[in-house]
Ligand binder design. Structure first.
Ligand code: 5GP
Ligand code: MN
Length: 344
């Protein structure tokens, strides 16, 4: 694992390499259960490449939330789960694979093996800390708010902002909004605002975008959030920590589908004095964990050290292969080591 900023390639180096190869076959992939930044950056990049006459296919390791279905080209996404043979063949035959919004092969699940073994040159565009370094071309900045911001910067570096249209801008704006918590989090810089302002000038309908992403809950999803907060939230005052745990029965009872639990972990951080919010969900094959923090507490270090995870300083995730109950127990045990740090 490399812990420091890695040498970067310029956007021009990357485009030149692709152009050198006649009729280059290009894939774009992103992390499993892609969120708005993952889908927005991948689809935005795909639409931008099309303006250069470069055709690319987006392969997602898994399905994605239906509230992203409006993004142009989302219906052409190939889902690896269920289309394994076709995706593997395309991956084997690809010349270039853009890897967006992740930097560890483990983040693309079983599709990772196909990507790792493909002779294609890998191009990383990402903003997470601690890159694994599997790629051939690196366009990485952990100070960027989002991969969408980086894709817009990539286009700007090429001097090709005039290739951006309403559809591309809508995709990129969305990921910037969601990854910054609507411009609230510490990852949001003045540059982020400037890019967002520029993206608005391509004629996007930001009111509709907010509506799709934040105000399109099913009634069940809304009631599930109410239930999780009123019945499943545990405030561990001694640790300034808020924990929500969701078991399989609850997922079933509320018909929880991909995307429905997004944002749930954040509610814990809205409680005064809470510095660490954690969500533990008993998913089908693994126990999935989300971590959010405030101030000096590094959520990604916690995830990396104890739960095979990573991410950003204030927003990270991980997983556990032991049982749901055992994971909750382990979490509470491990938390004891951080009592002082969380109360500092
Ligand atoms: P979320 O909690 O929303 O799933 O993820 C928060 C952040 O942590 C995202 O930036 C996501 O990419 C990252 N993340 C989530 N789960 C994992 C994981 O299992 N491993 C790593 N390395 N990062 C994760
Ligand atoms: Mn992101």
């Amino acid at each position: 694992m490399r812990l420091t900023t890695m040498a970067k390639h310029s956007a021009q180096d990357i485009i030149d390499a692709i152009r050198e190869k006649k009729d280059a076959k290009i894939l774009i992939t992103t992390h499993h259960k892609p969120d708005a930044d993952a889908m927005g950056s991948s689809l935005g990049l795909r639409l931008f490449l099309a303006t250069l006459g470069l055709e690319a296919t987006l392969v997602s390791p898994t399905d994605f939330a239906s509230f992203l279905n409006w993004m142009k080209g989302s219906n052409e996404t190939l889902i690896f789960e269920g289309n394994e043979e076709l995706c593997k063949k395309m991956t084997r035959e690809a010349d270039f694979i853009f890897c967006l919004d992740f930097n560890h092969i483990s983040r693309i699940n079983e599709f990772g093996e196909a990507v790792s073994s493909s002779p294609a040159r890998k191009i990383l565009i990402d903003h997470h800390q601690f890159p694994q370094g599997f790629e051939d071309f690196t366009y990485w900045d952990d100070k960027a708010s989002s991969t969408c911001e980086l894709v817009y910067r990539f286009i700007a570096d090429l001097g090709l902002k005039d290739h951006v249209d309403k559809d591309i801008a809508s995709c990129l704006f969305t990921g910037i909004v969601t990854d910054t918590g609507s411009f609230r989090y510490s990852n949001c810089s003045s540059q982020t605002h400037m890019y967002a302002a520029e993206l608005m000038n391509y004629g996007i309908d930001h009111v509709a975008i907010y509506d799709y992403v934040f105000d399109s809950y099913t009634e069940k999803r809304m009631r599930f959030i109410g239930y999780a907060i009123s019945q499943k939230l545990e405030v561990l005052h001694d640790y300034k920590t808020a924990l929500i745990t969701i078991n399989k029965q609850e997922l079933k009872e509320y018909d929880i589908v991909t995307g429905d639990t997004e944002g749930l972990v954040n509610y814990g951080l809205s409680i005064e004095g809470i510095k660490f919010a954690v969500l533990i969900i008993d998913r089908s094959r693994i126990v999935k964990m989300s971590f959010r923090s405030k101030g000096n507490f590094a959520a990604n270090n916690f995830a990396l050290k104890h739960f095979n995870g990573g991410g950003h300083f204030h927003a990270a995730g991980g997983s556990s292969e032991v049982s749901f109950d055992e994971t909750i127990h382990q979490f509470k045990e491990v938390l004891k080591q951080y009592k002082e740090e969380l109360n500092a």
